[in-house]
Design a protein around this ligand. Sequence first.
Ligand code: ES4
Ligand code: ZN
Length: 325
Amino acid sequence: MSFRSLPKVELHMHHEGAAPPEFIRRLAQEKSVNLSGVFSEDGSYAYRDFVHFLSVYEAATQVLQTPEDYARLTRAILEQSAEHGVIYAETFLSPDFCGGGDVGAWREYLHAIREAADEGERDTGVVLRGIVTCIRHFGPDRAKPIALCAAETAGDWIVGFGMGGDENKGKQADFGYSFDMAREAGLRLTTHAGEWRGPREVRDAIEDLGVERIGHGVRVIEDLALVDVLAERGIVLEVCPGSNVRLGVYPHLSAHPIEKLRERGVKVTISTDDPPFFHTTMTREYDNLARVFGWNEDDFLDLNRVAANAAFCDEATRARILERL
Ligand code: ES4
Ligand code: ZN
């Protein structure tokens, strides 16, 4: 049995990271961009480990050069999401890649993305919202103009601010200025933490940045007292099991802590992160969780309600999503 048609809410996906390799290859051909090293012989993305993944990701992103390129990608993402039963998704958008951190250029990218998303919603029924994301390994000074882009475009479509990138570089607190600016603009906050580093990083995310959701966060399992804090405060984890297994955070899904976290009362949700990079889809994530942990349709309905309630959208949109689950 497959969970393909089950309605799903996805909170953690990177916009460029959702681009199928064929999409990137086509653009590279159109623009004569040389992408040697990005693909393996079988045509999939090629990388050795997480840090290499980030550099391949940035190389592939070079073919996305105009607002229209992002509009095309957005249409592809919504079609893909619809195929897997996703009814609401949030994607991470990096003004670093969309206009280089310049607010004027970012507005043009955002306008094109939003138009494509609205059109895609009419065609597919998938509701998309954006989270502006700074990139940790680019450093705190480059995060400031990104936070300004986020603050200037905060509203009913850009609903959050977050941080991705290499968790082994610097610390969460270095980005306090940018997260404060985003919060003051009314944005909701999330950050990648506890994927490559342990529970300390999760604690820093909560205490130093004040986030209400955490990207991954799974290694909090190494500190059960902190797990209980997450449960008490209702902090939501954007768990991406297939990504974690593919990148070697855990050797198999059976060793993944998602089940333990859920049993201990933590609000967990399920996402794909960068689906073609990690050879995953929302359907695959659900099918694998059902096989390994015995989760059924009722379990997934619970998880999708948690996700809908943790979505950064406005209340009217949330009500519409909850009705469709
Ligand atoms: C990421 Cl900056 C970035 N892009 C895509 N996937 C990621 N995972 C962690 N950081
Ligand atoms: Zn991620």
